[in-house]
Ligand binder design. Structure first.
Ligand SMILES: [Zn+2]
Length: 1033
């Protein structure tokens, strides 16, 4: 999935879930001894659903304490273990079980060397085993008998607490994750959507295999009214069965009086009806107004992560892969699309046609299933044997050309790069008029927002960059995610980090003029912003609730995931090694599911000379945050030391965490070319390296390909500043941007005085490259906004004057005509936007006159794409032009332009307009609700609207979470936007009080922890810097 806006929205710092962490500190770590069959053969009579996370020794004890007459083998072993106080430390990832709900990434432990940990664990295990033997010896004789003790001996806490089904009967399963005793093999779906009444009926036939004898089948269904269910065992007769439902976990179950035996095959058939969803997930309805002003409806799906269950009963977890055969009954006036090519169309009544799609030739996870009913037109081409088509609503057909050409090119590139052919016969890319995410990688049927797929003939390079990036991301998923899928959402980064990395990598290869390198650099900085907070989380992390699944779709999974892959690739000695490793990984796991360790193992296998990739990379995936590397130098001796870079430090923070850091560095004698780069792996807290004494300065983290921050110390910074003030070109633009990002980060940490930040900026006053300029503008703007919102108007004015002065000549040098070069467009767009937002007169005058010309020409004169945002923003500040812009917004059909108009409208400083636009975004009539996060974000950037927006989300919270799931990226954006500019105790108290009052409706979200931490940091920053700023001249 592409989150959209994650690249474009300016991020300040985001955070994460202390609640989750603390919750699991209380859980015992249980060693999966039973899983390791070499050490402890598993009990053949037990259902592996339970065995998988059960310590064998505790099992003996549990049976002894209260072996029960439940034939269905389900003690709550985790709680048994807890009861017995068994807390084995350091559960190794090799022992981690897929099915365990307690998939815990080995957390950062205090043992710094594995051998020490192993010893502690061994001693602990020995002690525990010895005590168990003693306990068993002391227990009554019935302990070791199959019959067990009399019932009176049964202790209540050992039974899993089965919930009640909706019909009052006991529901036979008590976990969020499904049991693994049944494996779905194939699904046959027949759906009849009624777009007039916004309902649908369906029949789902699931063929399954019994992996382990069991008396129940448990699967997912949500909001489906099941009218009939039948079951068939082997070649037997189908008969009606009762379906039990447990709504809070969206599970249904069928119980059987006799065991289904291992190896048997069976079939479940469900008939059901449901409403088409009014949100953006499941089988949902979307609508748009066509060019004649008529409302047109369509229905589309968005299943990732947890919504396939809203369209059909299914085993809705990524590791339950199966084949799918889909049929859709439709009115003749509509068309349908699904993952596979259409096989046949047959009339089934006077008013209905049935489209049947080919059965999938691959096993796939439920979240990748997709179907669409509507009216679309398409353009197609053939790319190495695959039929590639781009679909849009009819009036936007001419906007599909770029997407078709780019998708075809990328498909060929990936076919060659991965050395595995795209496995389906067709690939459709569809622009859906109302769609929340940026895009979704459904196999063979990728769905997009219109903005991320369609381009009109006048589109700017920056708009092309967005479209190409999203297509590249989704196409990469066809291998990373679709062909090889993470076993569970805790490793979502295997999908998203990879797709994000491949998106930049592939475009640098095939469309270098789109300059995606700068974009990738800036998203790496934003990922660090978030990961610098205590509330961040490891790339691969615990996920146990639906909200936590939603929350995995964040910049840690996406951008940090991509960043550490870049770091790894850049540090491998041979150029092709990374590629070889991922080809090995894709081949080994094609069609199946993986965990993070599988990827590192594949990369280790192909490494020459042999290198333990796993050892290096697990320090980056299993612990949150990233290191701060401090450099100090005496003569030829350079001391490097590492510590966690933490903006918030408290007693619970582990300061002893270490990373295996592939350090790169250049110096004054050779600093630009790749060949200048030297490498050093920093594994311990402090290490030394030698450089010639003649070296004047060192710059670490060449081109910022590593995920760490560097502090050069006072002397080191001064040497760099001196070198830059003589000649800015001694470092690459990426390195200059990296220095700017680093020094602002260090100043937030209190390591470097703000004065030093200004020294560095002043040394780069001749800077004209987009990366360093945009990074400096972003950092300064965010300080300006904080001062402004804090109503420190004097200081805000001084900051504004600094920005306008420092970048003044560069701002004035920008032309207002068409500009061809993408890097010049990037630069101009950032400079002009800032100047106009800060009300710099010549900028606002130019913008106003350009809008007037545009208006006078009856909107036929084109405003250059990269200037549109600034022009619309300035126009929206006048009453008349705001109204004009709103009319234009409703009339425009080109979505990329429409969004810029909307951003302009939302940047109004008129309170009435602000109130109106927030409400319109929520209502979804004039402005589609998909845009609400963008509206809120824009309103919050302005001075007049941020308190309004905070008020608005408090009043409308329930409606917001009706539209956007709790924890989703949209909600994360909304929470962050409305709170990240507060810096006072009073606001901190308000935010805390509001979110804690939400309880189930969002109080436990990681983004709430992020928000609180960010406000505290803002407050601290203000307290320590306001005085210094007061003296600033
Ligand atoms: Zn994705």
């Amino acid at each position: 999935m592409d989150l959209f806006d994650s690249n474009t929205a300016e991020r300040t710092n985001l955070p994460r879930n202390m609640i989750e962490n603390s919750m699991f500190e209380e859980e015992p770590d249980v060693v999966d001894l039973a899983k390791d069959s070499n050490t402890f053969p598993a009990f053949s009579t037990l259902d592996p659903d339970e065995v998988a996370y059960e310590p064998r020794s505790s099992r003996l004890l549990v049976r002894g304490l209260g072996e029960n007459d439940m034939d269905d083998d389900e003690e709550d072993c985790e709680s048994s273990a807890r009861l017995l106080g068994m807390s084995f430390m350091n559960r190794s990832s090799a022992h981690r079980s897929n099915s365990s709900p307690y998939i815990r990434q080995s957390p950062p432990r205090t043992c710094s060397r594995p051998s020490a940990c192993t010893m502690v664990v061994c001693v602990l295990v020995l002690v525990i085993v010895a005590s168990l033997v003693m306990v068993m010896y002391l227990l009554p004789g019935c302990t070791f008998t199959r019959a067990g003790c009399p019932k009176s001996n049964k202790t209540a806490p050992l039974e899993p607490v089965y919930p009640n089904s909706t019909n009052g009967e006991l529901f036979p399963w008590a976990e969020l994750r499904l049991p693994h005793s049944i494996q779905p093999l194939s699904y046959e779906l027949t759906l009849t959507p009624d777009l007039d009444n916004m309902t649908f009926t369906g029949r789902t036939v699931i063929k399954m295999s019994v992996l382990h004898s069991t008396k129940r089948i448990v699967l997912h269904a949500a909001n489906l009214n099941i009218t009939k269910a039948m079951f068939k065992l082997g070649d037997g007769q189908a008969h009606d069965v009762t379906v039990l439902e447990y709504k809070p976990r969206q599970q249904i179950a069928v119980k059987f009086p006799e065991e289904l035996k291992t190896g048997q095959q069976c079939v479940l058939i469900f008939d059901y009806s449901a409403n088409l969803s009014h949100t953006y997930d499941g089988f949902y309805n979307s609508s748009y107004t066509d060019k004649d002003g008529n409302k047109r409806v369509l229905a589309a799906t968005q299943f990732e992560p947890l919504s396939a269950r809203k369209a059909f009963p299914c085993f809705d977890e990524p590791s339950f892969k199966a084949t799918f055969l889909i049929r859709i009954n439709r009115k003749p006036s509509y068309m349908t699309l699904s993952n596979m090519p259409q096989a046949k169309t047959t009339p089934i009544s006077n008013t209905l046609m049935q489209d049947e799609f080919e059965k999938t030739n691959v096993n796939m996870s439920t979240y990748l299933v997709a179907f669409i009913v509507g009216n679309f037109t398409s353009v197609s081409s053939n790319a190495t044997g695959t039929n590639v088509s781009v679909y849009s609503i009819p009036e936007k057909k001419e906007q599909t050309g770029f997407a078709l050409a780019t998708a075809s090119k990328l498909l060929q590139f990936y076919n060659g790069f991965f050395e595995i052919e795209y496995p389906l016969k067709k690939l459709d890319l569809v622009a859906i008029p109302d769609f929340l995410a940026g895009a979704m990688e459904n196999w063979g049927l990728i769905t997009f927002r219109e903005t991320t797929l369609l381009l009109d003939s006048n589109s700017s390079h920056l708009e092309k960059q967005v479209v190409a990036s999203v297509i590249a991301h989704e196409l990469a998923h066809q291998w990373f995610g679709n062909l090889v899928t993470m076993s569970w959402w805790n490793d979502l980064w295997l999908n998203e980090g990879f797709a994000t990395y491949m998106e930049y990598m592939s475009l640098q290869e095939i469309l270098p003029n789109l300059d995606t390198g700068n974009l990738f650099l800036s998203v790496r900085f934003r990922a660090m912003d978030k990961d610098a907070l205590n509330s961040s989380h490891p790339v691969s992390t615990e996920v146990n609730t639906p909200e936590q699944v939603e929350e995995m779709f964040d910049s840690v999974s996406y951008e940090k995931g991509a960043s550490i892959l870049l770091m790894l690739n850049a540090s491998l000695p041979k150029e092709q090694q990374f590629k070889k490793g991922i080809i090995q990984y894709l081949n080994t796991y094609s069609g199946s599911n993986t965990e993070t360790e599988n990827l590192w193992n594949s990369l280790t296998q192909v490494s020459t000379p042999p290198q333990n990739i796993s050892e290096m990379m697990s320090s980056w995936t299993s612990q949150k945050g990233f290191p701060l590397v401090t450099v100090s130098r005496k003569g030829d001796q350079v001391t490097l030391s590492q510590e966690p870079f933490l903006l918030t430090s408290d007693n619970t923070t582990q300061k002893s965490r270490l990373w295996n850091i592939p350090i790169t560095y250049v110096n004054d004698s050779c600093s630009l070319a790749l060949e200048c780069r030297q490498m050093y792996t920093l594994k311990y807290k402090t290490e030394n390296l030698k450089v010639p004494e003649s070296v004047k300065w060192l710059k670490l983290n060449y081109k910022n390909t590593g995920f760490y921050i560097v502090d050069y110390g006072n002397d080191g910074w001064n040497a760099l500043i001196e070198a830059l003030s003589k000649n800015i070109s001694v470092l690459t633009p990426e390195d200059r941007a990296s220095l700017i990002y680093n020094i602002f980060a260090l100043s937030r940490l209190g390591r470097v005085p703000f004065q030093q930040v200004l020294h560095l900026l002043n040394s780069m006053s001749g800077e004209t490259e987009p990366s360093p300029v945009t990074e400096a503008l972003l950092q300064l703007n965010s300080i300006y906004r904080l001062l402004d919102k804090r109503q420190e108007s004097g200081l805000a004015a001084r900051m504004k004057a600094y920005i306008l002065n420092h970048f003044g000549s560069l701002m004035k040098n920008q032309s207002w005509g068409e500009e061809q070069s993408l890097s010049k467009q990037e630069l101009r767009s950032a400079l002009v936007s800032t100047a106009c937002i800060l009300n710099e007169e010549s900028c606002t005058d130019q913008a106003k006159s350009l809008f007037k010309k545009y208006h006078d020409s009856n909107f036929t004169i084109k405003i250059p794409g990269d200037l549109q945002q600034a022009v619309f923003t300035v126009a929206a500040q006048s009453e008349d032009d705001w109204e004009t812009l709103l009319e234009l917004y409703t009339a425009t059909t080109y979505d990329a332009e429409k969004r810029k108009m909307l951003k302009g409208l939302a940047s109004t400083q008129d309170p009435r307009h602000i109130a109106w636009i927030l409400k319109a975004g929520l209502n979804g009539d004039i402005i589609q609700t998909q845009e609400l996060p963008l509206i809120i974000n824009t309103v919050c950037n302005g001075f007049a609207g941020y308190l309004f927006a905070w008020d608005f989300i408090q009043v409308n919270w329930d409606r917001l979470i009706e539209k956007f799931p709790v924890g989703s990226f949209a909600i994360q954006t909304i929470v962050k936007s409305t709170t990240s500019q507060f810096s006072t105790q009073a606001h901190l108290d308000q935010v805390q009080a509001f979110f804690s009052s939400l309880k189930q409706r969002g109080s436990q979200m990681r983004s709430v922890q992020e928000a609180l931490e960010t406000i505290r940091l803002n407050k601290r920053w203000m307290e320590s810097n306001l005085k210094a700023f007061g003296k600033w001249h």
